[in-house]
Design a protein around this ligand. Structure first.
Ligand SMILES: C[S@@+](CC[C@H](N)C(=O)[O-])C[C@H]1O[C@@H](n2cnc3c(N)ncnc32)[C@H](O)[C@@H]1O
Length: 256
């Protein structure tokens, strides 16, 4: 039986700070942390030097990641951004309460960090605003920006994907929460066309929604097709993108 010491450490809810304008840890936050725990052995072997969260909210996810990796002696640097200044303050309190540290930046996705972090991020975690809403709610002040995702919930996601591609290192991994309404297969296809493989690490359904946590990693065997959309090669890429998706639906586990 595993000793207490070996159990992975995650942020404790009672130590997670809060503010009325900041997203509280919810099912999607827990799904993302559970995905990181499910992939913990790979993450520890991966030995990430730099981990980044986009949209840190309360700090529950980045704190959990830092605790889980730190517990096993994995020395990593942590950076988190949020467009909501209250979220950055709350995250700083959550980190401090758990005795871990991260650089926190109030910014839109990763604006201003493109040069400094290009190709350096080994692990990126994102629980984006994914709820389909009217477009004018996207980027609104305060807590609305936590969930407002615009058409199909894709407006912010579609801005995060190219930023992730720019910031991720050659061995970089992206873990992202999506909803069925976001069309996760199409997201995987888009990333496939940028040279990434993908698989669902966790899938959870409630009466209202079905959440997926998808992991993306650069697949150097993939032929990148910049023009793939309606073309034949695009369709083949589309089919290829489904293979890891479907295999993970059957609950398979691989090194990635
Ligand atoms: C669904 S909440 C997730 C919060 C936290 N990561 C968690 O899992 O509990 C989405 C977060 O993204 C932030 N956000 C929304 N749009 C953003 C943007 N353009 N750039 C950076 N952060 C953004 C929100 O303020 C919010 O904190």
């Amino acid at each position: 039986m595993a000793s207490h010491k070996q159990l992975p450490r995650t942020a404790q809810i009672r130590l997670v700070s809060s503010h009325e304008e900041v997203y509280e840890p919810c099912d999607d936050s827990f799904a993302l942390v559970d995905a990181l725990l499910a992939d913990r052995t790979n993450l520890l072997e991966h030995r990430p030097k730099l981990c980044m969260e986009i949209g840190c909210g309360s700090g529950y996810v980045i704190t959990s990641l830092a605790l889980t990796l730190g517990q096993e002696g994995c020395v990593s640097n942590y950076i988190a951004t949020d467009i909501n200044p209250h979220a950055v303050k709350v995250t700083s309190e959550t980190l401090k309460a758990h005795g871990v540290d991260a650089e926190l930046i109030v910014t839109d996705i990763a604006s201003g960090l493109e040069k400094r972090l290009a190709g350096l991020v080994d692990v990126m975690v994102v629980n984006p605003p994914y709820v389909p809403t009217p477009e004018d709610e996207v980027g609104a002040e305060g807590i609305t920006s936590s969930w407002a995702g615009g058409e199909n919930g894709r407006t912010v996601i579609d801005r995060i994907l190219p930023a992730a591609d720019h910031l991720l290192s050659e061995k970089g991994w992206l873990y992202m929460v999506t909803l069925t309404a976001n069309n996760p297969s199409e997201i995987c296809l888009q990333m496939r066309n940028k040279g990434y493989a993908s698989k669902i690490i966790i899938q959870r359904s409630t009466e209202e929604e079905s959440l997926h946590v998808i992991k993306f990693w650069r697949d150097f065997d993939t032929e990148v097709d910049d023009t793939a959309d309606q073309s034949a090669s695009g369709f083949i890429s589309y089919l290829l993108a489904q293979i890891p998706l479907f295999s993970s639906w059957r609950g398979s586990n691989s090194n990635n």
